[in-house]
Design a protein around this ligand. Structure first.
Ligand SMILES: CC(C)c1onc(-c2c(Cl)cccc2Cl)c1COc1ccc2cc(-c3cccc(C(=O)O)c3)sc2c1
Length: 232
């Protein structure tokens, strides 16, 4: 059938993509990824700084998702806490995908591989990065998929499930249309995109285990990450 994006759906996409592009980790921070020496300790420290900065960027992006600030305040926090790791997997996946000529791909991959994480988490993590890279998402899809991930209603402690579901549904309707228009030769594209959301859930589980193993080795995090991940 003829797929049409309405005027308000176009406005929705524009506001989300603008927010997505406006909120980035500051250059002086990401530059450190290229400069600092390589050691497991230094790599872990850099990744901790990146994650901390990324959470702040994520909060700013989320505040620009139409309707988010009208949600119950405690639900806003529950959504951010519940989706942060998945959103950061999506963001780091975009940085690691070859397509973004940003010079960080090899450096970031190298630092993640040598930061004290055990092999059992590396495999699923890099499989995910490969599957995201294969999708060759355009920035509208990246921004909307991140918004859809944040607006997942079944996160722990969300009270008004329906309100979140309605917002997520609005995003999914637009995302599906964009996929049909952007990838006419691949009718399965939208379904593959949603399949990545399922893969993100399993990564959440691996990440929780990674946190536990880091805590065993007495690894230090920043106050923001401790708050986000209920550690220390
Ligand atoms: C605390 C730390 C050790 C940690 O624990 N788990 C994870 C994690 C790991 Cl490994 C993988 C996925 C998710 C998480 Cl949460 C991390 C590191 O998380 C991050 C999070 C975001 C970003 C964005 C970056 C980045 C680089 C260049 C450019 C840009 C850019 O946006 O331009 C972004 S690097 C980076 C590292």
């Amino acid at each position: 059938e003829k797929v049409e994006i309405t005027k308000e759906q176009q406005a929705l996409v524009k506001s989300i993509v603008d927010a997505y592009n406006r909120h980035q980790i500051p250059q002086d921070m990401t530059k450190k990824l290229l400069q600092e020496q390589y050691s497991a300790e230094e790599n872990f420290l850099l990744l901790t700084e990146m994650a901390t900065s990324q959470v702040q960027v994520l909060v700013e992006f989320t505040k620009n998702i139409p309707g988010f600030l009208s949600l119950d305040c405690e639900d806003q926090i529950a959504l951010l806490k519940g989706s942060a790791v998945e959103a950061m997997f999506l963001r780091s996946a975009q940085v690691l995908s070859k397509r973004m000529p940003n010079g960080y791909t090899e450096v970031l991959k190298e630092r993640v591989r040598n930061s004290g994480m055990s092999e059992e988490f590396m495999t699923p993590m890099f499989n995910f990065y490969k599957s995201i890279d294969e999708l060759q998402m355009v920035q509208e899809e990246q921004a909307l998929l991140t918004a859809v991930t944040i607006l997942t209603p079944d996160r722990p402690y969300v009270k008004d499930y329906q309100a979140v579901e309605r917002l997520q549904e609005t995003m999914l309707v637009v995302l599906r249309k964009l996929c049909v228009l952007q990838h006419p030769q691949d009718p399965q594209y939208f379904a593959r995109l949603l399949g990545r959301l399922t893969e993100l859930r399993t990564l959440n589980h691996y990440h929780a285990e990674m946190l536990t193993s880091w805590r065993m080795n007495d690894q230090k995090f920043t106050p923001l990450l401790c708050e986000l991940w209920d550690v220390q």
